[in-house]
Design a protein around this ligand. Structure first.
Ligand code: GLN
Length: 552
């Protein structure tokens, strides 16, 4: 698409504070350019030393988003996949640790041919190699590269240096968008530009002048402040795009287009683009509208433990689950209202279980370790006995199986090896392939990760929801249903409706509809494949059951 077949690279960098929507901005830039007929891919750079996000606690880092090839990445990769409706691979994700690891391996292999290997330029050169590799792999016309953190942080300097070096080599192909925050302090009552001025100058000190400024703030920035930033930070006024807080992230691409951002970007990049794709845009608009309609709600209890950060509650750890619930609820003309309930609380106060009756459905998402497990098991029992729709994701499915073994099969001490390796009835056991990793403390990137096939049993909830016999879903687990207990569990009514093609791994457990309106768990993570315009069939089946529950 691009003239002279040159690919264009847009770096997205943050100013002032993190957490103001660089990821959503990057995804939205991608979407509006895709809508102009350009082939877009996106890369996330995380400046930490960790080789991937898999070893981090979700309360530190947010959700670990698993790609089809099993890479454990940042939640922004999920935003790119959802907004752009594409599948990304490990090529699209890098961390400082990953970049250094490659450079050091190359050095050990004598690939630098005896040269003195230096932080600059060898580290930025490896960053550039990776960016170009992602472009070649996707044949993208435009590559969006989001650099995590904010300018001025020691951690992301080498990545900015890579951007600067690319710009020197190919000035007409490399662009920078800064997403900065303009605070309106309560006691002043006026939007302040000074922190953004400093941020732009800090970026200037790295040898980079941003081409566009996305001005995040509680409100839209006015002409007076636009003029000030334009004058003091070297932007033409129409390169400053107001991005006020919104109720729904899915409005952001629409807001960008109100400012004609795709036109402006195509113009400075000098690419030939098509007129906006009307039918795709209308589909997005009608999807985005759902967040605003004053429609009926569906009340979901999300039982987790990764919400607390200091005195604050953060739902980032479960981002894909929340989005997946939205897509399916919107498709059913409902608005999901999610309550965050801590599983640990049910251990301290089991009497509060009865409050779960207020909800139309219960979700137990993924998790690790023993904390909160007994609380979770009580929730599962309550949902099963009171016929409240229940959806278990990974750990949530393992909880279902343990609860069933304890309370229906009468195996009182049933447990997962992860929690109690001394239990007599280990109904969830470590996978054979995992034993060696655990013995050798090889935790990083060693779980059963990424896309695997499963086959569905006729006549089950799962089979009817997917309307296909074979599925491919993304995984992230070390433990599995112990095959030794499968026959007994099935004899007592639990149905394993999804299994690995060889038949030995239980992928979905459910109770028949005649016994419970929706009691289903998956060993995989269906939330990673839910996209705005393609809600996930199992989430939709769950929401439908919740809507029915609501009508009772
Ligand atoms: N801790 C469980 C396992 O490793 C479940 C993992 C998860 O919920 N992602 O098997």
């Amino acid at each position: 698409m691009a003239k002279k077949s040159n690919c264009k690279y847009i770096f997205v960098v943050g100013g002032v504070i993190s957490g103001v929507g660089k990821g959503i901005t990057s995804s939205s830039l991608g979407l509006i350019l895709k809508n102009r007929g350009l082939n877009v891919t996106a890369i996330k750079i995380d400046p930490y030393i960790n080789v991937d996000a898999g070893t981090m606690n979700p309360t530190e880092h947010g959700e670990v988003f698993v790609l089809g090839d099993g890479d454990e990445t940042d939640q922004d990769m999920g935003n790119y996949e959802r907004f752009l409706d594409i599948n990304l691979t490990r090529i699209n994700y890098m961390t400082t640790g990953r970049v250094y690891q490659t450079v050091i391996e190359k050095e050990r292999n004598l690939e630098y041919k005896g040269k003195n290997v230096e932080v600059v330029p060898d580290i930025p050169l490896e960053v550039i190699r990776r960016i170009k590799n992602a472009q070649e792999n996707s044949k993208a016309d435009v590559v969006i590269i989001e650099i995590g953190g904010t300018v001025g942080e020691y951690q992301n300097m080498l990545f900015l240096e890579a951007g600067r070096m690319m710009k020197i080599e190919s000035p007409a192909d490399v662009f920078f968008v800064m997403v900065s925050y303009l605070p309106t302090p309560f006691n002043i009552g006026e939007m302040k530009t000074k922190p953004t001025q400093h941020a732009v100058r800090t970026l200037n000190a790295s040898g980079i002048q941003p081409d566009f400024l996305i001005a995040r703030g509680a409100t839209s920035l006015d002409d007076k402040r636009k003029e000030k930033i334009s004058l003091l930070c070297n932007f033409l006024p129409d390169r400053i795009i107001a991005a006020p807080d919104v109720d729904s992230i899915y409005d952001i691409p629409l807001n960008f287009e109100k400012e004609k951002l795709s036109d402006k970007l195509c113009k400075i990049m000098d690419v030939i683009c098509k007129a906006p794709d009307k039918s795709a845009w209308d589909a997005w608009k009608s999807f985005a509208k759902h967040a605003h309609n004053g429609k009926e709600v569906v009340r979901i209890a999300m039982i987790g433990k990764y919400f607390e950060t200091g005195d604050f509650i953060l739902s980032d750890s479960y981002l894909s689950v929340i989005e997946a619930l939205k897509y399916s609820a919107y498709a059913e003309n409902r608005k999901p209202v999610i309550s965050w309930l801590n599983s640990v609380d049910y251990e301290k106060n089991p009497a509060s279980l009865k409050e779960l009756k207020k909800y139309d459905g219960i979700v137990v998402p993924g998790g690790f370790g023993a904390r909160g497990v007994e609380g979770n098991l009580q929730v599962v029992k309550f949902a099963r006995e009171n016929k409240i729709p229940y959806f278990g994701l990974c750990y949530g499915m393992q909880m279902m199986v343990i609860e069933y073994a304890r309370n229906v099969l009468g195996l009182r001490d049933a447990n997962t090896r992860e929690v109690n390796p001394n239990a007599k009835n280990i109904v969830i056991d470590v996978m054979e392939s995992q034993k060696e990793h655990l013995q050798n403390n090889r935790y990083g990137g060693s779980m059963r990760l990424g896309a695997y096939k499963a086959q569905l049993r006729e006549g089950t909830i799962a089979r009817n929801a997917y309307e296909q016999k074979e599925i491919i879903e993304r995984h992230r687990h070390r433990y599995e249903v112990n095959p030794a207990f499968v026959a007994d569990l099935e004899a007592k009514g639990l149905v394993f409706s999804g299994r690995s093609p060889e038949g030995h791994l239980m992928e979905i457990a459910e109770l028949p509809k005649s016994k419970h309106p929706f009691f289903l768990g998956t060993q995989f993570h269906p939330e990673f494949l839910a996209h705005p315009l393609h809600p996930h069939p199992l989430f939709t089946a769950f929401i439908k059951a919740c809507v029915k529950q609501n009508k009772k």
